[in-house]
Design a protein around this ligand. Structure first.
Ligand code: FES
Ligand SMILES: [Fe+2]
Length: 386
């Protein structure tokens, strides 16, 4: 956010702290408990939200240089994204045209010699634009093939405002501005596209991907579930709320925010006194906090299993080993809070939802972020609002 917007946000947060209130939705929302566990709905979600809907992959700084690539296989279609020799992003279905092996051996790295992928199975090679450029023993073994049509299958990938999105379904395209819905104003102004990627932690969970996402969208639970961790840093149940297309952004005050009352406004450092949850529909949160940001990408595996990637981006590469260890320890600490405090409880919530009792889940007026995610899901999936 540019400074002007940050100042405005901090002023709103100070007002909310003064009256001990939060931004409210119009009414209480009810969600049918079966929405979290229904297997037919799960299959529909896999197709409409993860195969046919553009996916936020990460900030541009995740793959900054020509030859850098990122691969993931969590949407149902294996995806390979690479920055080509001209610096333009390309994305492909990550399936070799020979017998179908994925082309990379790790999820994040540098293409071979910075300019090609060589299949680990029989060595077919492709340039960074997906063209088939090498077939070992090709003259004899594959004398009749037309190499010009055996390149990698391209996917629509777009990069703007420091964000990378990809469409998993090779038949579909998208409009990145429409997908962002203006959310870029919440990501601009702090060098989002130029940070250093510290790495990601992968966590498997035994509950619905939607229950996982619900934990990010409200501050109501801080004082009860996180009394000794997050509630020591930020106010419970106080936040701003802003809608951007299907996405939203929420600001939260630190416990020290009232110190700003004695500081002239032109000397404020708003980021030290507030943090921001930016939700990108359907499955991503970009958390902007203090001097860095984190992304949480959540993918469904089955109705009762999901996987989360928690990535950390810092303003610049750690200057030495000590600084790296410090950053890593912080990354681990935040991840541990989510796993031990949030996920430990959400695991039990899933079992309760799964026990066959007909009931509604209630989402309060003070939980507008949770409401928005489910409202958008209902709209895309064609579920009548109860
Ligand atoms: S599967 Fe890739 S070269 Fe055989
Ligand atoms: Fe939490």
């Amino acid at each position: 956010m540019e400074r002007e917007l940050l100042i405005e946000e901090v002023k709103t947060l100070l007002d909310l702290v003064d009256c001990n209130s939060t931004t409210l939705a119009d009414s209480v929302m009810e969600i049918d408990a079966t929405e979290y566990i229904d297997s037919a709905l799960f299959q529909q979600e896999k197709i409409e939200l993860f195969r046919n809907y553009p996916q936020f992959v990460g900030p541009s700084c995740m793959i900054p240089e020509p030859g850098d690539y990122f691969a993931f296989d969590d949407t149902g279609i294996p995806i390979l994204i690479v920055r080509n020799t001209e610096g333009v992003l390309k994305a492909f279905v990550n399936i070799c045209s020979h017998r179908g092996a994925p082309l990379n051996e790790c999820d994040h790295g540098k293409a071979r010699k910075g300019r090609m992928f060589s299949c680990p199975y029989h060595g077919w090679s492709y340039d960074l634009d997906g063209k088939l450029i090498g077939v070992p023993f090709g003259k004899e073994g594959f004398d009749s093939i037309d190499r010009s049509v055996l390149g990698l299958r391209p996917l629509d990938v777009q990069e703007k405002h420091g964000c990378i999105f990809v469409m998993p379904n090779p038949e579909l395209t998208f409009d990145i501005d429409q997908v962002l819905g203006g959310l870029e104003e919440r990501l601009s102004g702090f060098g989002f596209q130029d940070h250093y990627y510290l790495g990601a932690k992968q966590v498997h969970t035994n509950f619905s991907w939607k229950l996982n996402m619900d934990t990010f969208h409200e501050y109501y639970h801080f004082e009860f579930l996180h009394p000794d961790s997050i509630a020591q840093m930020a106010y419970s149940n106080i936040s701003t709320y802003h809608q951007y297309g299907r996405n939203h952004s929420m600001g939260s005050p630190t416990l020290q925010i009232t110190d700003l009352k004695t500081v002239p406004e032109d000397q404020w450092n708003p980021r030290s006194y507030s943090s921001y949850v930016n939700y990108i529909f359907p499955n991503v949160v970009i958390f902007v906090v203090e001097d860095h940001f984190q992304t949480w990408r959540v993918y469904p595996i089955s109705p009762d299993r999901s996987v989360v990637y928690h990535s950390m981006f810092v303003p610049q590469a750690p200057a030495n080993e000590e600084e790296r260890l410090e950053r890593d320890a912080y990354h681990q600490m935040i991840n541990d809070v989510a796993v031990t405090e949030d996920y430990g409880l959400v695991d039990k919530i899933h079992r309760g939802l799964n026990c066959g009792i007909d009931r509604k889940v209630l989402v309060g007026r003070n939980e507008p972020g949770v409401q928005n995610m489910h409202r958008q899901l209902h709209e895309v999936l064609g579920i009548d609002q109860v």
